[in-house]
Design a protein around this ligand. Structure first.
Ligand code: ADP
Length: 501
């Protein structure tokens, strides 16, 4: 471990984790990568390397898939009762809670997000996700089905359906909520009795490895969860195309989502995708501005705008445009940007140099195209990947900053006239992940909610997530839903059993 990590006041358990080898979890054992190679994990607040992590490739994926297959088809997991499975999953939730500090420290070190937020949001939601799904393990019901078999008069039948685990699952996750995305993926898959090969994002491998330790401590049988870190093309691609994998679940960019679909076609494995967004956030003139203004700011600036659901297109009714946009710009200027380990930090650095380059290039493109930055528009400091919370006005629908997902703390604000105009404009995007509506007129809110082509509509709130609420996208924002009972369908097959009496 380098000096960077020891600069922070990290817990003993985190320091111990960072000073031990960070290998891969395959078949219940911690092992080096097949190639023996490792890659560096960078602290985004400084740009300096913190530790090295095993660098997986196709050979490691082969080994992990074989371990997952073995665990799926034989051994204790295969014969475990739903109640026992539920208990293990609940225990993992408890372990996450009791290791909240360490997990939050790793998220801050790796991703840059403020420690307090990592602990209160990412870690708490991850624990809750496992507990929510633990209860479902005993409730994966089939149906008793009365059938008629019209071409065989006079016969008698008994028919029922069974819900069975889909098999070996590949799960590829992003860097914006490293632990929480692992929880979103693992919890429903394990509840359904699947086995998993998890591929965390190369920018943020640490919390998943720590979670791997907790999975072992909880007592999950060997091979039920395998964790292989590495780069997208070297590790993610062989997982997505692997003939031994029955289903792949992916969260990340729409561009890579399309590659996943192609890779999955070889054995027609099932696919679910949670992809990008360019979500509209609509403020009507009758909104309670005391909550709408900070709400619109947090819709885009939460997690440094690195949220697929970020309210990145802010639409404000004409008559209140100046009040709201100035309010949001004022809020942006107040945000304290700094290291996630400083107690007063509200916004940390972007996750990586690549992400920093991407977001600042969007800022420059916006300014070059004639947009005006009411707040921000550039980097903060000279070290680490910090950028200013940015509010653009004088934008139009042709601008790149209005059309493309920036995945940073950059919002474009535009005025609108009425509900018909805004319904069309809000839907004028290839994405359909989330949306927000701010108004005191409940009928207007429901009317617009019905017209928005998005997987989530938040009314008088934004970025509200709960294990019970389905989340996912229309259009190019994805396939399928995560969370809630709907996510169980991602990991279950239905078998019809038909008996002649
Ligand atoms: P971002 O652009 O936000 O980094 P990506 O979609 O590139 O998001 O990455 C999300 C996840 O997908 C990461 O775990 C990454 O390693 C993985 N990934 C990237 N490219 C591929 C690929 N070609 N096949 C499979 N996984 C990939």
């Amino acid at each position: 471990m380098c000096a960077v990590a020891s600069d922070y006041d990290l817990s003993q358990r985190t320091l111990q984790f960072l000073s031990s080898p960070r290998q891969q979890l395959i078949g219940g054992k911690w092992v080096d990568s097949a190639s023996g190679q490792t890659f560096g994990v960078v602290d985004p607040a400084t740009g300096e390397e913190v530790v090295q992590v095993a660098r997986g490739n196709a050979a490691d994926i082969d080994a992990a898939v074989a371990a997952a297959r073995k665990a799926f088809e034989s051994g204790p997991w295969h014969s475990m009762t739903p109640s026992e499975r539920g208990k293990l999953i609940w225990k993992l939730g408890d372990l996450i809670e009791s290791h909240a500090r360490e997990l939050a420290e790793l998220e801050t070190l790796d991703n840059g997000k403020p420690f307090a937020i990592a602990q209160a949001a990412d870690v708490a939601l991850a624990a809750d996700q496992f507990r929510y799904y633990a209860g479902w393990a005993t409730k994966l019901l089939g149906d008793s089905i009365p059938i008629s078999v019209v071409y065989a008069p006079g016969t008698e039948w008994q028919a029922y359906s069974r819900r069975e685990p889909i098999g070996v699952v590949g799960q590829i996750i992003p860097w914006n909520f490293p632990l929480l995305m692992a929880a979103w993926k693992l919890a429903p898959a394990l509840t359904c009795g699947c086995t998993v090969v998890l591929k965390p994002a190369e920018q943020t491998p640490l919390s998943a490895l720590y979670l791997g330790q907790l999975i072992c401590e909880a007592g999950f049988p060997d091979g039920v969860v395998n964790i292989v870190n590495g780069f997208g093309e070297e590790t993610g691609a062989p997982l997505a195309s692997h003939p031994g994998v029955d289903k792949v679940a992916f969260t990340g960019s729409t561009e890579v989502g399309k590659l996943i679909v192609q890779a999955a076609a070889g054995n027609l494995k099932k696919v679910t995708l949670e992809l990008g967004g360019k979500s509209p956030n609509v403020v009507f003139s009758d909104a309670d501005l005391a909550s709408a203004v900070p709400g619109a700011a947090s819709a885009i600036f939460f997690n440094h705008g690195q949220c697929c659901a970020a309210g990145s297109r802010l639409f404000i009714e004409h008559s209140i445009f100046d009040d709201v946009v100035n309010g949001v710009a004022g809020a942006a200027k107040q945000i304290k940007v700094g290291s996630g380990f400083q107690a007063d930090t509200q916004m940390g650095p972007l996750v990586s140099q690549e992400q920093f380059d991407r977001v600042t290039a969007f800022m420059e493109a916006g300014l070059a195209a004639g947009a005006e930055a009411l707040a921000g528009g550039g980097r903060v400091g000279t070290r680490g990947y910090f950028v200013e919370p940015t509010v653009f006005v004088n934008t139009n629908h042709e601008m790149k900053i209005v059309r493309e997902e920036i995945f940073g703390p950059v919002v474009t604000a535009m005025p609108f006239k009425d509900i018909d105009e805004i319904a069309a404009v809000a839907n004028n995007t290839n994405y359909g992940l989330a949306s927000g509506i701010w108004t005191k007129d409940i009928s207007k809110a429901h009317k617009l909610a019905k017209r928005l082509r998005a997987g989530t509509v938040w009314i008088n709130c934004y970025n509200i997530f709960d294990a019970a609420l389905p989340f996912g996208g229309y259009k190019e924002s994805g396939w399928g839903r995560e969370m809630g009972h709907e996510a169980l369908n991602n990991y279950l097959e239905t078998k019809a059993v038909c008996i002649q009496l």
